[in-house]
Design a protein around this ligand. Sequence first.
Ligand code: HEB
Length: 732
Amino acid sequence: MSDQKPTRQEWGARTTPRLQGNEHWWPDQLNLNVLHQKHPDANPFDETFRYSEAFAKLDVDELCADIDALMTDSQDWWPADWGHYGPFFIRMSWHAAGTYRALDGRGGGGTGAQRFAPLNSWPDNGNLDKARRLLWPIKQKYGEKLSWADLLVLAGNRALETMGFKTFGFGFGRSDIWAPEDDIYWGPEAEWLGDKDERYTGSFEDGSRVLDNPLAAVQMGLIYVNPEGPNGVPDAAKSAMDVRETFARMGMNDRETVALTVGGHTFGKMHGNGPADAVGGAPEEAKINEMGVGWANKHETGLGEYTITSGLEGAWTPTPTKWDNTYLETIFSHEWKVKKSPAGANQWEPVEVKDGFWVPDAHVEGKKNPPVMNAADMAMIVDPDYLKISKEYRENPDVLADEFARAWYKLLHRDMGPRARYLGPQVPNEVLVWQDPVPEHEGPLVNDEQITALKQAIANTGLTAKQLVSTAWASACTYRQTDHRGGANGARIRLEPQVGWDINVRSGVADVIDQLEKIKNDSDANISLADMIVLGGNVGVEKAVKAAGYDITIRFIPGRTDATQEMTEVDTHAYLEPRHDAFRNYMQAQSTGIPAEHLMVDRAFMLNLSAPQMAALLGGMRAIGANADENNTDGILTHRPGQLTNDFFVNLIDMGTVWEPTDESEERFVGRDRKSGETKWTASRVDLVYGSNSQLRAIAEEFGASGGERHMIHKFVSGWVKVMENDRFDLH
Ligand code: HEB
């Protein structure tokens, strides 16, 4: 090969073009690919593979024993500090799980995404490529029975156990992905660790510093905060503000934050014993013969005592491979001053190391080092609220142990959603409110005869298709596939905070639910309200389908149960509120400026819909007339609402209509007759996008063409069932 890199033309002429995709020319284009990420052809297993079934054959005790043994089997190519990989694995697990953010439920360890870009190459994940390679023999031995996602999270949990800490338990059940997720916004910056605060508005000084939502890290390439302090400035009080904010974005409060930091840094060390510029590129840019391992370190042997990772150097406690209370003893027993590490990073060291606190070197026999702290560690005693908690934990190690165990368990499992998704023998019995629990189903399931009678009773109420469909939709559409929260199960639509949500009040779901509840109470069938709401929606759809001249029975699988208010974490449920719902043509006044059609695709993604299902559901709900707001007829492009016709598509793409925005915001439009100029329709962006976007138009044309209505109804029904059953983890 010549030294000269091929030009784009040369490249494109010989192979698939790079960097010339449509997103290169039209960066604001709607990205429908996010809806079709999990193509079965991209999966190395065949279509019948189910991780839960493969996992059932795993011997968990044997696996744990293997991991425990590997923990102290130091390899020459990456020697273990103090002969124990435990701390290293804890950091790996924490960084796998710690990308989770509560606002959109994205990130987290649930998919094994740390194996792929960008996460595998984030500076904060430095050298964790070696941690994963150390675990390869385990993955190789167990193969399909053990996902990488489970292994990456389990390793840290085992590590804690092998170093004397009693964990709260462990749930398996994370299935792998085979390519990085395409749908996650990690931040606006174009460089790693940029220090220009691009994702912030406001300032520290007046307390107005705000991190761009839904992000949960302060800089591109970090899991949370900069360990040297905000933008590298060693200021522990300001670091506390960043720590508080970023941990809150993951749904962690002050106590959980202190417990995690104190508990985590009871183990291991930081690595920066050499010049920072000795370290080479991240895995994704490593040379081909480096086989995906990055950060080659040219300083001395480049490993062991010379390891450079964060650039900070040293351990927090004199006993880094043992669970004890020495982190708090160390931090409270010393006066600290800022010093530079050998790599030039800001860190804190004792003004004078007290007896008993010298740390034996991780590799060099007989050498002793001072304990060290980073800015976020110092925040644990500088911030007044954190200080109070740190003091309490120092006095009460049992309280620390319990709260660290629970916070660590939450950290590792939060992105998995309800407990029904956990597998394996180590799942603890205690049910926690952040798992969005629903009661177990008790007694016999409602039988077919009773279902028929209930459907008849619902039909007899006079509730319209629109009312029934929009209520079932309102109940189910809170689901998000990112962290598996929300959905129809539990009937939380009648509890706080959902009863008070603007869209639910506006669309009058409470009245419909009252009527459904009456029918339920009058019947001797053992059915939950959650099931009744879905059944009602099915009755509505069947009615609208029939009115359009077709006959379809929608699959209904009972078994949902009703949650109580106590089972509902009100403040984090607020994240599930549909502030925009294209399917019901609803948009709360928003300040983000994100065009409504992008929010529509995001919701469709959260609901696990394909583009044709999204189109059919939207067009179908318009035909039914299911807008959230009684007085808003935008997009109801039909003269016979209530019937599941293809009128929406036929009329939308009719060249006889000319569309114009009603004002500069270009949120709403009127459609006029091209000849007479007479107003025919009104619509919003999420309506017109089915005529303007080339890919969506292609679908609209098929649905709006002769014979297309049948296809549309088919996709409507498959999408409907998917939305109603997204949270039926007992079925998949
Ligand atoms: Fe951590 C390590 C920072 C949290 C656990 N850390 C570490 C380091 C740093 C840090 C800088 C070093 C790295 C190297 O190697 O160099 N962190 C940090 C911060 C934060 C944290 C800033 C926030 C606050 N951690 C944390 C948590 C946890 C942890 C939460 C758990 C729980 N870490 C850890 C460990 C370690 C670390 C275990 C060690 C590792 C080794 O040894 O390797």
